[in-house]
Design a binder for this molecule. Structure first.
Ligand SMILES: Nc1nc2c(ncn2[C@@H]2O[C@H](COP(=O)(O)OP(=O)(O)OP(=O)(O)O)[C@@H](O)[C@H]2O)c(=O)[nH]1
Length: 294
């Protein structure tokens, strides 16, 4: 549960971001939306469809190298079954770039046809990359542009610059990605956004978020906890035991032999983010939607 409000996205910021995204979208023919393959539902912006305003739209499930391949297949099939153009990519390695360019070309065919009918022959298809903080927008732009022109960072909220970058023969990409706000009113999504690093580490309740992550690991992949932290079955009775014993194994002790639980929590969180606990997708296709209590 994320207890404290997320300072970056109070209503004033959201209104400004909405205006900016709407301005960007007016300038492009095709919108590329980046989601985190580990949390395709939680990393989607709540109002993206309205913002896109019926422009052709591609969804990219990014960081696929960190996600569970079977879950990625399910998500890809699920989204495709809704008529959405969807690709799974790893923008760090550039895997999927060619497929993305092909998908943009495919979606642009009717637009190019309309242009040709009007006698316009030399115009490029313009695109923009949209997504919540830290989802990999700059990494993808750099990878597509084949240079390090856009700064990437391992912290949320760090994207700059603005110009069109030529990709292939007939495509131009705005080198400034559109930063969307995450789904923070949905507490389940907010916790998962925190787990995957989309929300800055200083604005959520680590204890609460880690209770949920450890609960997920205990219920779904207890064998990974056993293997990674050398836990014995009797050390895994409940979440408090698990955390305390991980802390002991990892030497997170303060004076008097007491375990520094926050240190243990951070170790597990870093291990999850770096896929040291395996490739774990948190959002499942068939999960009940989360309802915000009135
Ligand atoms: N493993 C993995 N890491 C990735 C991938 N794409 C991006 N990253 C990492 O995710 C972090 C964030 O990437 P950025 O490209 O800075 O993300 P952004 O969406 O531009 O972030 P903001 O500027 O905060 O909006 C960096 O540490 C990247 O190296 C991927 O496909 N796989």
């Amino acid at each position: 549960m994320v207890d404290s409000p997320i300072v970056h996205w109070f209503p004033g910021h959201m209104a400004k971001a909405t205006r900016m995204i709407q301005e960007y979208i007016k300038k492009v023919d095709v919108v590329i939306e980046l989601l985190d393959a580990r949390i395709p539902r939680s990393s989607a912006n709540p109002v993206i469809i309205e913002l896109i305003n019926q422009k052709p739209h591609i969804i990219l499930l990014n960081k696929v190298d960190l996600a569970d391949p079977a879950a990625t297949k399910e998500w890809t099939e699920f989204l495709a079954s809704k008529g959405i153009t969807v690709l799974a990519i790893d923008s760090k390695s550039g895997k999927g770039n060619k497929a993305l360019i092909r998908a943009v070309e495919q979606l642009s065919k009717p637009i190019i046809e309309r242009w040709l009918n009007k006698g316009i022959r030399s115009r490029s298809i313009r695109t923009i990359i949209l997504g919540i903080p830290n989802v990999g927008k700059s990494t993808l732009i750099n990878s597509l542009a084949g240079s390090a022109a856009t700064r990437t960072a391992n912290k949320a909220g760090h994207t700059r610059g603005q110009q069109w970058v030529k990709i292939g023969k007939n495509m131009e990409l705005l080198d400034t990605p559109g930063v969307l706000w995450p789904k923070l009113e949905d507490q389940r999504a907010a916790a998962r956004l925190a787990m995957t690093g989309a929300i800055s580490d200083d604005v959520y309740d680590l204890e609460n978020v880690m209770k949920q992550l450890l609960g997920h690991l205990k219920d779904n992949t207890p064998e990974i906890l056993v293997e990674r932290y050398k836990l014995k079955p009797e050390e895994m009775e409940n979440l408090d035991d698990i955390l305390e014993n991980i802390g002991r194994r990892r030497g997170c002790l303060v004076s008097g032999g007491i375990v520094d639980l926050d240190k243990a929590r951070r170790i597990v969180l870093a291990d999850y983010r770096n896929a040291k606990l395996g490739n774990i997708t948190l959002d499942t296709v068939d999960e009940e939607p989360y309802y915000v209590e009135e």
